[in-house]
Design a protein around this ligand. Structure first.
Ligand code: IPE
Ligand code: IPE
Ligand code: MG
Length: 263
């Protein structure tokens, strides 16, 4: 359970129904560069501040009892950035792991990585593998870090893996079902995100979890990622709980109409 540390958090917690939390929250952590720019600092200072925000959101999500938290940390498109920025981000990731892994482990969090991690620098890959191994048996929140992740790349990898299996089994006539696609994604076994958060105001999904967000509630905040804190997370959760999820139907408390001809 979360221990509120100020009045804003206490007030928001009172409005939150802990029995109706989203099972899976996915976050596009955007705006580090703009945060730094506004302070006349180099972009990398924004990434450093972004790590502090991530630390807080991870801890608060775990304490609230959220089942899975997915953080978009580096996209397949982010290699287009200057080499110095890419190198800094990779170093920052290793530094983060080294510092935070004991805390993550102590909090019973399980670390998972999604994306084409085989293309990450070897030392990063090795440390990620060790971290995943260490936390493998943890039963608390699943912390899913999207690294060298792209939603289209993930679908391509899933289809190729399905094709490979069909070829091996000699069942090339088999049909592909939705469930089978879900089961071949990097996120196999995780519930689809209920809530997708994007910071810094951009109204786009930037190739994130394209298949999985089919019915996610989308929450966009102007807050830049380094300024996103526990209160910001609680605000997003309160707003989520005020939404009516219909999944194409009529929503609760409404009677179904007459079936339409042809349906
Ligand atoms: C998000 O912040 C972090 C990564 C994509 C790694 P940005 O670096 O995209 O910050 P802006 O969007 O330029 O402000
Ligand atoms: C999305 O942010 C990727 C991550 C947060 C890792 P970007 O800053 O890369 O997205 P665009 O370029 O604004 O769409
Ligand atoms: Mg950005």
């Amino acid at each position: 359970m979360l221990n509120p540390s100020n009045r804003a958090e206490t007030h928001l917690l009172e409005r939150l129904d802990l029995a109706r939390l989203p099972r899976h929250v996915a976050i596009i952590m955007d705006g580090n560069g703009r945060w730094a720019g506004r302070r006349h600092l180099p972009r990398v200072a924004g990434h450093r501040a972004g790590v502090r925000a991530a630390r807080q959101v991870i801890e608060s999500s775990a304490r609230l009892g959220i089942e899975a938290l997915t953080l978009y940390a580096f996209s397949v498109e982010n290699w287009r950035r200057p080499q110095t920025e890419v190198d800094f981000l990779m170093r920052l990731l290793r530094e983060y792991l080294r510092k935070e892994l004991p805390v993550i482990h102590k909090n019973n969090i399980r670390l998972l990585v999604i994306g084409r991690s085989g293309q990450l620098p070897v030392p990063v890959r090795e440390e990620l593998d060790e971290a995943m191994k260490l936390t493998e048996a943890n039963t608390g929140m699943k912390l899913v870090v999207a690294l060298n992740y792209g939603g289209r790349a993930e679908l391509v990898d899933a289809f190729n893996s399905i094709l490979g299996e069909l070829g091996r089994d000699g069942q090339a006539r088999g049909r592909v079902e939705e469930e089978s696609i879900s089961n071949h994604l990097y996120t196999a076994g995780l519930p689809d995100p209920d809530l997708l958060v994007r910071t810094s105001g951009e109204m786009r999904v930037s190739n994130f979890l394209l298949w999985q967000i089919a019915y996610a509630e989308i929450y966009v905040t102007e807050t830049l990622w380094p300024d996103f804190n526990t209160a910001s997370l609680l605000e997003a959760l309160v707003e989520y709980q005020g939404r009516e999820r219909r999944y194409g139907g009529l929503g609760p408390g409404r009677r179904a109409g007459k079936p339409q001809p042809g349906l």
